[in-house]
Design a protein around this ligand. Structure first.
Ligand code: NAG
Ligand code: NAG
Ligand code: NAG
Ligand code: NAG
Ligand code: NAG
Ligand code: NAG
Ligand code: NAG
Ligand code: NAG
Ligand code: NAG
Ligand code: NAG
Ligand code: NAG
Ligand code: NAG
Length: 654
């Protein structure tokens, strides 16, 4: 059977097993056409990359010793535009004994003195997408009540960078592809009127409901996916399972008919609002995999997608390609005269799918997973055997833009194919890597962690991702100038409850030993997923969640980062303000008030370690009132069906 038919078969098998399990899937009534403006469908030929005239300045690969000229020029506008949202925010954070608004205004003329804020949203499937969405809703001044006294609305508007990975990348990608719409606007549209965004009740194995902008029924949905990917293949491009995955995801994440096959990630750079510096810069993360390699090592090259570029600051690749022209046949860092420029390869769904491409592990674990119907198993094995020969079980970015580039260190320099996989496969499930690059000079990172780490039953974060980032920055062969605060082991996280409430790492900048030109790394505000109002530890590979569950997880994520609007600590918003100010205050020699010293003694990890194995299961109790949702029990109860078991196996990795 050819891969295309095999893929259709898998989809059908998954659909039937999923339908059997999810009798509770909520079918929405047909929706009206909803027109939302967004990043542009600027690909020349839909999903299929096509040749175009090259710009007079032929595209080329650049070295990674700095940020791109485009980012640099955008920053000069963006940093200025963060001043007013930052003063608005500080006017609400109540840092008693300190005129934070005056402080920002006094430094407004000097971007290098101002706080430089980054937000990072972890992976973890739909759980991460929706929990992260709750965090962003709390930080977004467009959310109802978020600009009341003591609320955190405006932190998003005051940020410079917003990074996402895997499920968190769906969130970030989806917002930007849809004109940086707000989380609440998406919730409102889909519950109140119409629209197709974030209808996670219809799993990607099932496809969207017909109606509104969606003109396909399930059968046509599979045919469309297969046809679009088939056309790309027929045009001579290597395709991989990620092509199907990205197309399918787009039906949920891009508000356009058929998942917007012509929407590119690079078109975000042309959006007038983005160009005017009115929103943070989005970054998605993927890991590189050398040819033939199956396990992603913790020193794998980390790639980032931003509106202008695809590439890596790591010493291995140390280069960036212009994202818009990826798909062109670069060689040795330039595009030979006889090669045409290609555009349309960087389809937005393909970029989001690349960051969340877990099929490799999916296949590798299939035989060890109990309860998988044999039909499904043999279908998956059949696709595995048909693709593994050509290393097709990953996201294939071929032609490799970095062919012949930095031959001595780039492990893919001799390969025409660049193989990228899920950004969480190196265990760094929070996309911190782009934000700890010294050239970006970030001061504070709000690190939203929706990982499924704790193994004894319930699936909550335990700091694993921070440990992985810390270890990588301690590895001289790969860290290339990146530094990270000291992070204790996971047992300490659980024993000291560092994963049970927000925790700050790296508070004291004088604790870093800086050599040469090294700069102090950002302060990390760790925001681990916790049950405040809902058991938001949904299985990573829960293939569908209805809108009530979706909204309950979003509400819980909102509560995680606001500590339930300050119910757990009435000074929490002041503490957030102190964390934002900390590095800036160090630079300007400003003493922060007593309330900040109190915050730091409450929230900063102080270096204490307790590495003994925690006794018993980690099963945190609900912090505020429970949101009641039809059909949702504590995790486990709903995960009975065979199809789900396969998917759950994947949550080992992210
Ligand atoms: C995008 O959103 C901005 C801000 O809400 C709005 O001013 C602009 O008109 C929107 N752009 C498009 C193309 O809809
Ligand atoms: C949100 O912040 C932006 C940037 O400061 C501002 O233009 C806008 O008016 C604010 N919106 C609300 C609802 O406060
Ligand atoms: C940013 O603000 C500074 C100081 O207020 C000003 O000199 C500079 O021109 C501004 N940059 C841009 C791109 O507006
Ligand atoms: C906003 O606050 C008001 C007053 O407390 C409350 O009635 C309303 O439900 C809140 N709105 C939302 C969307 O939370
Ligand atoms: C969403 O709907 C709620 C309730 O009607 C409203 O309070 C809120 O302002 C809306 N939010 C946005 C961003 O439209
Ligand atoms: C990072 O790696 C590149 C390429 O190997 C090297 O030229 C550069 O000096 C390294 N930077 C630091 C700070 O180590
Ligand atoms: C799973 O088992 C089948 C049948 O025994 C075998 O052909 C296949 O190679 C195995 N797959 C993996 C990933 O081990
Ligand atoms: C780099 O590797 C490519 C591909 O193997 C080769 O064609 C090229 O000549 C090499 N370049 C250098 C400078 O060694
Ligand atoms: C933390 O999570 C990792 C990754 O799942 C797991 O191996 C480890 O046992 C967990 N430790 C604790 C104490 O939860
Ligand atoms: C990554 O680690 C492996 C195993 O320790 C080692 O062989 C390889 O050289 C390392 N790669 C880099 C770029 O450090
Ligand atoms: C977390 O992963 C484990 C497998 O390691 C799985 O048994 C559990 O159901 C998962 N929990 C969640 C919340 O995803
Ligand atoms: C301070 O630095 C030392 C040495 O790197 C480290 O062991 C310690 O954990 C750090 N303390 C804190 C609070 O980060």
């Amino acid at each position: 059977m050819d891969p295309l038919s095999t893929f259709r078969l898998i989809f059908c098998v998954l659909v039937s097993s999923n339908l059997a399990l999810a009798a509770s899937i909520e079918h929405q009534s047909a929706r009206d056409l909803q027109v939302l403006r967004r990043a542009t469908p600027d690909a020349p030929n839909g999903y299929t990359p096509a040749t175009v005239d090259c710009p007079s300045n032929r595209p080329r690969i650049r070295g990674a010793s700095n940020i791109s000229p485009e980012e640099s020029s955008w920053l000069s506008t963006r940093r200025n535009n963060t001043v007013s949202p930052m003063t608005d925010l500080f006017s609400r954070l109540n840092i008693s004994g300190f005129d934070a608004v005056g402080y920002i205004n006094n430094n407004a003329h000097n971007a290098s003195a101002l706080p430089n804020i980054g937000i990072a949203v972890s992976g973890g499937g739909y759980r991460a997408c929706t929990n992260g969405a709750g965090a962003l809703a709390a930080f977004d001044n467009r959310t109802a009540n978020s600009t009341e006294n003591g609320m955190l609305g405006g932190l998003l508007q005051a940020s410079t960078y917003l990074a996402g990975l895997s499920g968190g990348g769906w969130l970030v990608g989806s917002l930007y592809v849809n004109n940086f719409t707000s989380v609440q606007a998406i919730q409102n549209t889909t519950t109140d009127v119409s629209g197709s965004l974030w209808q996670f009740g219809n799993s990607i194995f099932e496809g969207p409901d017909k109606g509104g902008i969606q003109v396909l029924d399930s059968g046509e949905y599979y045919t469309t996916l297969a046809d679009e990917v088939g056309d790309k293949k027929d045009a001579g491009y290597d395709t991989s399972i990620t092509d199907y995955w990205g197309r399918a995801l787009s039906f949920q994440l891009v508000n356009a008919s058929n998942g917007g096959p012509a929407y590119t990630f690079s078109s975000i750079a042309d959006d007038p609002d983005f160009q005017a510096g009115n929103s943070p810069m989005p970054i998605l993360v993927s890991d590189g995999r050398s040819p033939g390699q199956l396990i992603v090592a913790d020193n794998a090259t980390i790639y980032e997608f931003n509106p202008w570029e695809l590439g890596s600051f790591d010493p291995t690749l140390f280069g960036f390609a212009p994202l818009r022209y990826v798909g062109s046949n670069f060689s040795g860092g330039s595009l030979p005269d006889n090669e045409q420029c290609v555009r349309g390869f960087d389809n937005a769904g393909f970029v989001m799918g690349t960051s969340s491409s877990l099929f490799n592990q999916f296949f590798l674990q299939i035989n060890d997973t109990a309860g998988v119907p044999s039909l499904l198993k043999s279908a998956l094995n059949s696709i595995l055997s048909s693709v593994s020969a050509s290393d097709n079980d990953i996201a294939s970015w071929e032609p490799n833009p970095f062919f012949g580039f930095n031959n001595d260190t780039n492990e893919n320099a001799n390969s025409k194919q660049l193989t990228l996989v899920d950004g969480g496969e190196d265990l760094q499930n929070i996309p911190l890597h782009p934000l700890i690059q010294p050239v970006r000079k970030v001061d504070v990172i709000f690190a939203v962690d929706s990982s499924n780490d704790t193994v004894s039953g319930f699936g909550w974060p335990n700091g694993t991702s921070l440990v992985a980032t810390y270890e990588r920055t301690s590895n001289a062969s790969i860290q290339n100038g990146t530094l990270f605060p000291s992070i204790p082991d996971q047992n300490t996280f659980v024993n000291l409850g560092l994963n049970n409430h927000p925790t700050f790492f790296g508070c004291n900048s004088s604790n870093f030993t800086l050599t040469d030109s090294a700069t102090v790394p950002p302060l990390i505000v760790y925001l681990p997923n916790q049950p405040y109002s809902f058991d938001s530890n949904l299985s990573t590979f829960d293939p569908s969640l209805n809108n009530s569950v979706r909204d309950a997880v979003i509400q819980n994520g909102y509560n995680v980062v606001t500590q339930a609007n300050g119910t757990r600590d009435s000074e929490w918003s002041a503490c957030v303000g102190c964390a934002i100010l900390s590095r800036s205050a160090d630079r300007t020699g400003t003493r922060l008030p007593q309330v900040c010293q109190d915050c730091f003694s409450r929230y900063c990890w102080d270096g204490t370690v307790n590495s003994t194995e925690p006794a018993g299961q980690y099963d945190p109790s609900m912090i505020v009132g429970v949101t009641k949702v039809a059909g949702a029990g504590r995790l486990g109860a709903s995960m009975v069906a065979a199809g789900a078991a396969v998917l759950t196996a994947l949550s080992l990795i992210i």
